[in-house]
Design a protein around this ligand. Structure first.
Ligand code: 5GP
Ligand code: ZN
Length: 144
């Protein structure tokens, strides 16, 4: 079932109430140029139906969305002759538009985007590492 939130910016973009530089559209998905690109060719790929985060998306919609993300990653990389891409989703934290969208950002060697790779926090010891692995496995067992 498709949902629409009248107060949502990207729902308005889906509806055509706010103009977009669209690069792709089908029944379930839209892709358009980010208004403030990290680099030219930075595209957002979003489900047309309103969902805030990846975990809110119905599982049946995940495959179709990510097939389009893959397609856009190929097209963007070729279109701007990039060396690669960065594909990312902010889920709540760091998310400024609360309608799920996947960033497809063209990357080049030495493009200066080192800031994307945050400081790492190593596990204190193997016990701490195992506790986290076990917790994730327990949560997965509940979901599967
Ligand atoms: P987030 O911070 O939620 O991960 O990403 C939101 C993205 O939406 C930002 O990169 C921002 O530049 C982009 N954005 C915000 N408002 C608009 C808009 O009205 N049109 C388009 N095309 N992009 C927008
Ligand atoms: Zn929305």
């Amino acid at each position: 079932m498709s949902t629409f939130d009248p107060s949502c910016l990207f729902c308005k973009i889906v509806q055509g109430d706010i103009p977009r530089y669209g690069v792709f559209e089908d029944e379930e998905t839209i892709a358009f140029l980010d208004i403030h690109p990290l680099f030219p060719g930075h595209v957002l790929v979003a489900p047309k139906s309103h969902a805030v985060t990846l975990t809110d998306l119905p599982p049946s919609a995940v495959g179709p969305l990510f097939e389009k993300v893959q397609l856009l990653a190929k097209a963007v990389e070729s279109a701007v002759e990039a060396d690669g891409t960065f594909v990312a989703i902010n889920n709540r934290i760091g998310q400024t538009v609360p309608h799920l969208h996947v960033h497809v950002v063209p990357r080049r060697r030495r493009d200066g985007l080192k800031g994307f790779f945050w400081p790492r926090h190593d596990y204190q010891d193997d016990e701490a590492r195992e506790a986290v692995r076990d917790a994730i496995e327990r949560e997965l067992a509940k979901l599967l």
